[in-house]
Ligand binder design. Structure first.
Ligand SMILES: Cc1cc2nc3c(=O)[nH]c(=O)nc-3n(C[C@H](O)[C@H](O)[C@H](O)COP(=O)(O)OP(=O)(O)OC[C@H]3O[C@@H](n4cnc5c(N)ncnc54)[C@H](O)[C@@H]3O)c2cc1C
Length: 431
């Protein structure tokens, strides 16, 4: 029996917060014209950065920057309505926090995701996108996805919204090292829960200088408080605090996206650099102080062997007696030493260029040039398929692009553009 191939006006790849926000916008904004749509998500169910859902971690933004409030404060999908539905509104107010715990925010996102489940196909990793050509014109694409067993499904779409998030970024030295005790931070919690082979007093390296590295260092140092030896390896001299002061926070306001987008590339790069301390290689001040105090207490009590290895550069890695051997150079003393670790956690961030690989086959139909303000990729006239990008437009739209702050409004812009393009005659829509 041949299965019917499903066809959609809009097919969205990934079902993280970005496309979840689009799901809400599609429901709330498409009153006049109903578009058919679906979401393909590679995970078996909704979870937001499950590998980093550690106890005690908090959101780095206000709960008011949820999936919808900045666009539609009366939406049923707001964080406040989630609290109300779970009979926790008063208790949450009593907590006195603007920033919910990450565990609670994941629960909020999962609650919204559940309401859209009829439109989501979980366990479907999009592996390829192919243009369907008709006399040189392309008005549809084939989207091929694979389940965990490698079984493929083909769907057809007139428009795509890509919201794949980031892929683990590995330091050069680790790229060719295949060892089950080298773990990227995105899988940290899963590894912690399943790895039963670590000794009771492990020596573990955490590579990185950002929020995830700090959280993992604290988690491991708590777990192996006096028995283990946890090294936090950082190329820089110090851990730096995240800047979340109010004037600086204005760079996450929607108007700032307009400013960044309309600036010249050189100015955009300079803005990214000037404000990188809001997001990159920085640690929440409270967490940073707690780490300093913990290391200080070790000196007072003489107990505990955890270390912050500042100005340390990884020169070479290998495997020795099934441990991960790392040659470190201390930039201050110029000394080099080998350390054998029971595990190495790479909290070294993410890259956001995977969409290029997925859209490879559409390249002949794209024009060179910047992504449009409404996140649509510029396409040639013979292609009416619209491809919208989320989370990979930092260089054109600014530092908020990979974060949550812009989701509510970005989804409005994308869905608004889609509806306008669908309603207009083809020639007008493309120009
Ligand atoms: C630990 C952590 C904490 C964070 N905390 C904050 C915070 O407090 N505030 C903030 O503003 N930002 C935060 N961020 C930034 C983060 O990027 C955003 O919170 C948010 O996850 C972005 O949503 P997204 O949908 O673009 O990407 P993701 O959340 O990464 O979702 C993308 C989804 O696409 C799926 N996918 C990828 N490729 C495919 C494919 N080929 N086929 C099918 N599905 C695919 C993935 O499985 C994933 O579910 C945090 C990031 C991390 C790692």
């Amino acid at each position: 029996m041949i299965n019917k191939i499903e066809e959609y006006d809009v097919l969205a790849i990934g079902f993280g917060p970005a496309n979840l926000s689009v799901a809400i916008a599609l429901e709330e904004q498409s009153q006049s014209k109903k578009l058919s749509y679906c979401f393909l998500e590679q995970k078996p169910n909704f979870v937001w950065h499950g590998g980093m859902l550690l106890n005690g971690t908090r959101m780095q933004i206000s709960y008011l920057k949820d999936l919808v409030t900045l666009r539609n404060p009366t939406s049923q999908y707001s964080f406040i309505n989630y609290l109300h539905s779970h009979n926790r509104l008063n208790a949450f107010i009593n907590l006195g926090h603007q920033n919910p715990s990450r565990v609670e925010f994941n629960d909020y996102l999962s609650w919204v995701a559940e309401q859209f489940s009829p439109n989501v196909h979980y366990g479907q990793r999009v592996v390829s996108i192919e243009p369907i050509e008709d006399d040189g014109d392309v008005s549809k694409v084939k989207v091929i996805s694979s389940n965990i067993h490698g079984d493929k499904t083909v769907r057809i779409a007139k428009n795509l919204i890509v919201g794949m998030g980031g892929m683990p970024k590995l330091p050069k030295a680790f790229k060719n090292l295949n060892h089950d005790k080298v773990i990227h931070s995105s899988k940290y919690k899963i590894w912690q829960e399943t790895d039963k082979e670590l000794p009771s007093n492990p020596k573990i390296a955490v590579v990185g200088a950002g929020q995830s590295a700090a959280e993992i260092f604290v988690d491991l140092a708590d777990k192996y408080s006096e028995e283990g030896e946890i090294h936090m390896i950082n190329r820089r001299f110090a851990l730096h605090p995240a800047d979340d002061s109010p004037f600086v926070n204005e760079i996450f306001d929607p108007e700032f996206t307009d400013h960044v987008y309309s600036s010249e590339q050189q100015e955009r790069d300079s803005i990214l650099e000037r404000f990188s301390a809001t997001n990159y290689s920085v640690v929440d001040t409270e967490e940073l102080n707690a780490i300093y105090e913990r290391l200080y207490l070790q000196r007072v009590t003489g107990k505990g062997k955890h270390q912050y290895l500042r100005c340390h550069d990884i020169q070479e890695v290998g495997v020795k007696n099934n441990q991960v051997a790392v040659r470190l150079k201390d930039q201050l003393s110029n000394e080099q030493n080998w350390h054998n670790y029971d595990a190495v956690v790479l909290a070294t961030g993410y890259r956001y260029d995977e969409f290029n690989h997925l859209l490879n086959n559409l390249e002949p139909f794209m024009t060179k040039g910047k992504v449009e303000r409404n996140y649509r990729m510029p396409m040639k006239e013979n292609c009416s398929v619209n491809v919208f990008l989320q989370g990979c437009c930092e260089s054109s739209h600014g530092i908020s692009d990979t974060l949550l702050s812009v989701l509510a409004l970005r989804s409005q812009e994308i869905v608004g553009a889609l509806l306008a393009l669908e309603n207009k005659p083809k020639e007008a829509a493309i120009s």
